[in-house]
Write a protein that binds this ligand. Structure first.
Ligand code: CDP
Ligand code: CDP
Length: 215
């Protein structure tokens, strides 16, 4: 059991996880860990090496041969792969298309999950993803599943000017065998369809107080 506090924020694509997790972390003075960025970074790396993402053994070999460093810098998670910082490529179209395939490979998850747990040894964290409350930190009492209607989520992504087939990604993430996107039985569910980012953060703060977080 880590000695620091962990707030888990899970949910489907464009439900507002990153915006909400960052704002919440800033309010609380916690670090913000984006686990999706880790899966995206690894995906970018294997695509760079022209690995066929439909060949799990080849993906695993490429990942196992790489030096992956996850750290907290200025209260934000950052990942370096073979000393390269992939941050500016994490939303590339080819990464959007391939990330759910790469993240469905159990060995890839087995390599990345311990890196996520390491981050929570260094600070109190708000960590966002798909399986943070269900698999990465099932013991935390502070877990949230944020959602919004498919129409609202598609609209949010479109407004960002991104080509991102979020319905296909959600289907893949929810139906895979390894750590699928699920609502943890003890997660607080919040429908954010009609809420602003600040509105969602206020609602989470209210529920955290109810759960006894001293804030
Ligand atoms: O921001 P968005 O919701 O579009 O995606 P993301 O959080 O950056 O995650 C990208 C992809 O990484 C997801 O579609 C999942 O396939 C994978 N992922 C995962 O498998 N487990 C996590 N804890 C986080 C992300
Ligand atoms: O991390 P995730 O993919 O779940 O969502 P995000 O990247 O935080 O949010 C996707 C887009 O929706 C961003 O442009 C946010 O500003 C916007 N958003 C919103 O308009 N209202 C919310 N309640 C949450 C996010």
């Amino acid at each position: 059991m880590p000695s620091h506090r962990i707030i888990a924020i899970d949910g489907p694509a464009a439900s507002g996880k990153s915006s909400v997790a960052l704002a919440l972390a800033q309010r609380l003075g916690f670090s913000h860990v984006n686990s999706g960025a880790m899966y995206r970074a690894v995906t970018w790396h294997v695509l760079q090496r022209s690995v066929d993402v439909h060949q799990p053994a080849a993906v695993v070999a490429a990942v196992e041969q790489s030096k992956i460093v996850c750290e907290l810098v200025d209260s934000q998670s950052r990942i370096l792969i073979n000393d390269q910082d992939p941050t500016s490529h994490l939303r590339d179209d080819n990464v959007n298309r391939a990330v759910s395939i790469v993240s469905s490979i159990p060995r890839v998850r087995q390599i990345l999950v311990p890196r996520m747990r390491e981050c929570a040894k260094a600070d109190n964290v708000v960590m966002e993803g798909r399986d943070i409350g269900s698999v990465v930190f099932p013991e935390t009492p502070f877990k949230f599943y944020i959602d919004a209607s498919p129409e609202v989520r598609v609209q949010r992504r479109r407004a960002e000017g991104q080509r991102d087939e979020i319905a296909a990604r959600d289907r893949a993430d929810s139906s895979r065998a390894a750590s699928p996107l699920v609502v943890a039985p003890d997660a607080e569910v919040i429908d954010t369809s009609t809420l602003t980012i600040e509105g969602v953060v206020n609602e989470i703060m209210r529920r955290l107080k109810q759960k006894g977080l001293p804030i």
